[in-house]
Design a protein around this ligand. Sequence first.
Ligand code: AGP
Length: 608
Amino acid sequence: MCGIVGAVAQRNVVPVLLEGLQRLEYRGYDSAGLVVVDDAKLKRLRSTGRVAELIQISAGTEGRLGIAHTRWATHGIPSERNAHPHLSKDLIAVVHNGIIENYETLRGRLTRAGYEFTSDTDTEVIAHLVHSHYVSGMPLLRALQLSLTELVGAYAIGVIAADNPDLLVCARRGSPLLLGIGIGENFIASDVSALLPVTNKVVYLEEGDVVEISRQGYQIYNAAGVETTRPVQVSEISNESVQLGNYRHYMQKEIHEQPEAISNTLESACNSQSIMPGIFGAEAEASFANVDSLLILACGTSYHAGLVARYWLEEIAGVQCTVEIASEYRYRASVPNPRALVVVLSQSGETADTQAALSHAKSLGHIYSLAICNVPESALVRQTKLRFLTRAGPEIGVASTKAFTTQLVALFLLTLVLAKQRNRLTAECEQQHLHALRHLPAATQKVLDLEPKIEKLAERFASKHHALFLGRGLHYPIALEGALKLKEISYIHAEAYPAGELKHGPLALVDKDMPVISVAPNDALLEKLKSNLHEVRARGGELYVFADANTHIQEEDGVHIMHMPEHAGYLSPILHTIPLQLLAYYVALQKGTDVDKPRNLAKSVTVE
Ligand code: AGP
């Protein structure tokens, strides 16, 4: 979603701002802009296209203080007039991520006070509010602090003033923001990847922090206005890990990184001869002993990971498990069970709905919480007692791939830990599961070898408008995930159903133009699934089946089989995900869509 970069330096900051914006492009945006202070004037450039267009129009623009932004429209259409930065009377410039909920009231009041609004955004009220306090003689920091007392909502904000060429002020509440510490220069950004070319020393701001930043240093004030310190951390994300390398798209790169990502995620668990609760945090063993059920909260792909885990947790560990879409749970009058372990799943750790769902669960009296997340310093990780970090590395493509499969690995480990603690796992079974987990990276690699065949298969989908995905049991969520991937990046309308549900409605959709993609593992539900596939074939539906060995599903006219290399038992959903990711990727290539930045979507959904 929206991205912020800011810099105060002895050099021209325009290249730093532009490169930072390019590095934030993966988050999704529809317009971009920057402003610098030059000769006591604000020089602003905005564009509704890609950052590349901003680069073109920025030739000759220079300044040693500036802020920049990529906007993902919430209030007001994507347009140049709505793009950030927003100015107040050519004196104050503001960039903002988040949503100001009371902006209409503030807009009315500021209009009556003589301020002229030139955009439809909620952000513009911040610029005018800061201006109103600043021109009354207050320092810029104080003007921002006072303005914040009037704002209701979520924000990460960067502010500069035309007559103050040495000072950048910023604030965060509800949206991520960090400081980048350089030598004789300092920065702000909403995501560390924006700053990696200039520094890897970062300070993650806390809720309510307001900061004054100059070339020489910075002062942080907490929500109570008291000067405070926050640790300086060296980011583990390397500059190379966010480079595309020889791949055509980040999504393709990330699909191929899965064997390594899974192997890295398993490192802490599989190095020993048994799986220990400590991998979920020092207090995990005691907490797990007290919980009687699980409540998993997540959005999108992460939600699908939760759905798979429910099958594992109830069957292997015998622990009752509920999985809820975070944006629904946060507003639902649910019956809380304080002995349930709340598990939040998130790649980014910044998803607004998931954060709000966690806060809601806590407000209902839930005391046990665990975050399974791919971003170590993220907000979600900081809000739970227990945590497990998937080690997928930065995921840039909007369509989540390696984050999903590593979430599944983490959830399988959680299942084993809980099963063991409840005496439902014999030592022999534990060793078998460990063996299967250790083999998983190699098994994943074998599935990736199907890529050329799937690329060929994808040609058949490019002209389709709809697709149906089928799965059963713990592969039903994989069908959901396959459908989500296809719709996200190829814009083909795709639905997923548990195969047994076909005859209760969706079978009416099946004809020769409706491709039906089925996940067919060699498990206890195979024969049932085969009957469902016959139902499709009998209606003239074209079947594409991703089948395990020995499933004895025959290739024939209208039935296309992709043979999966091996059957991975309980871990099979992880392997069956990969061909569906590849299928979506190659169909999108056929259709020529923007694979890594599909229309209307953002990588980190930091607003509601
Ligand atoms: C996945 O392909 C999507 N882009 C999206 O559904 C994503 O999984 C969802 O927004 C949740 O994000 P999170 O895992 O970062 O919380």
